[in-house]
Design a protein around this ligand. Structure first.
Ligand SMILES: NC(=O)c1ccc[n+]([C@@H]2O[C@H](COP(=O)([O-])OP(=O)(O)OC[C@H]3O[C@@H](n4cnc5c(N)ncnc54)[C@H](O)[C@@H]3O)[C@@H](O)[C@H]2O)c1
Length: 304
């Protein structure tokens, strides 16, 4: 992940350093960075000049002391608590007091990773999605001591490098789906996929194909809330809406507070989340145009 994170920042003008354990690993990383930037240029995402300038903005080191002056560090080492704790504590000692230290952990808690670190106000989670130099979304979450200033600065920095930061507001884990916000949902989907495959309901090929060709096809433009709007749940008769609401409220493990929040949300009929019901047809037409473009690009090509 680290090589891709570095590309994100260097691409938008930030001098960036990649630190790893030894020079042999770094030699491979240099090649990965070059290859990724070359691909961006051949795909016409960036100019050849920008690709070269970006590479020149990235330094490579196996000496951690070279990070002491960094303003912002993102840790993306092995997913092992002890190693991350050791690194965070080392960086805490050598870095200037303003340095923000972020972790790209997928499953560990920020509070645990930063145990013993003095600058609790300046640690933060930024969780990327592979390939991290391409996928725009990044989750941003606080540790127990993270200040609003650090959180907002991190959020703004990600915006500056044209990522799409998503704020995680609470340290909340569903035990059987460990992860932050988005991995929780991804794991629920993966769990269902593995189960349906194991039960013999469909082959692995058909499960993947079905997802890509159905809700995966729609996902670039809608999540579950926008989908509820576009499926026009708000137009359903009251008794049908009521059935849906009851199913949602029956979710296992839902806290009483969350149940109450849902009850309130549904109190006056399901309602829309985003789309003004008076502009529904207009929104639907826009959506269909976007889908038609994707149908052409991914499935049909141009028909005569
Ligand atoms: N791979 C993914 O899809 C993905 C997605 C989101 C988050 N993450 C998280 O990002 C982190 C890295 O994942 P990855 O897949 O890139 O792992 P990786 O094993 O490919 O890379 C880890 C790198 O860290 C280096 N390293 C290990 N210990 C180190 C130390 N003590 N000091 C300095 N460098 C050290 C290794 O040499 C290696 O180059 C993990 O926390 C992982 O959970 C991974």
């Amino acid at each position: 992940m680290g090589f891709g994170l570095a590309i994100n920042f260097a691409l938008w003008g930030y001098p960036t350093t990649i630190y790893d354990l030894d020079d042999q690993i770094l030699a491979k990383t240099i090649q990965r960075v070059k290859k990724a930037l070359d691909m961006f240029a051949t795909e016409d995402l960036i100019s050849r000049r920008r690709s070269e300038e970006t590479f020149e903005r990235i330094a490579f080191t196996s000496d951690i002391e070279n990070l002491a002056d960094a303003d912002f560090i993102t840790e993306a080492i092995v997913e092992r608590l002890f190693d991350k704790q050791e690194l965070f504590n080392h960086l805490d000692k050598i870095c200037k007091s303003q340095t923000i230290i972020a972790s790209n952990t997928s499953t560990l808690r920020m509070g645990d990773i930063a145990e013993g670190v003095k600058r609790q106000d300046k640690v933060v989670l930024t969780h990327y999605f592979t390939p991290p130099h391409i996928v725009p979304g990044v989750e941003v979450a606080k540790g127990p001591g993270t200040t609003d200033e650090t959180f907002n600065l991190t959020y703004d920095l990600l915006k500056n490098v044209r990522k799409t930061p998503v704020r995680v507001l609470k340290d909340f884990i569903i035990p059987e789906l460990p992860g932050y916000l988005l991995n929780t949902m991804q794991r629920a989907l993966e769990g269902a996929a593995y189960r349906l495959w194991a039960e013999g309901v469909a082959s692995a090929e058909d499960i993947d194909l079905g997802i890509k060709a159905s809700f995966g096809f729609r996902n670039p433009h809608e999540g579950p809330f926008m989908h509820a709007d576009f499926s026009a749940h708000f137009k359903w008769p009251a008794d049908v809406q009521d059935r849906q609401v009851k199913r949602t409220l029956a979710m296992p493990g839902l806290s009483e507070e969350a149940r109450e929040r849902l009850r309130k949300r549904f109190a006056d009929g399901v309602g829309t989340w985003f789309i003004d019901p008076n502009k529904f047809e207009e929104a639907e037409e826009m959506r269909d145009r976007q889908y038609a473009r994707r149908l052409k690009e991914l499935y049909w090509g141009k028909l005569d």
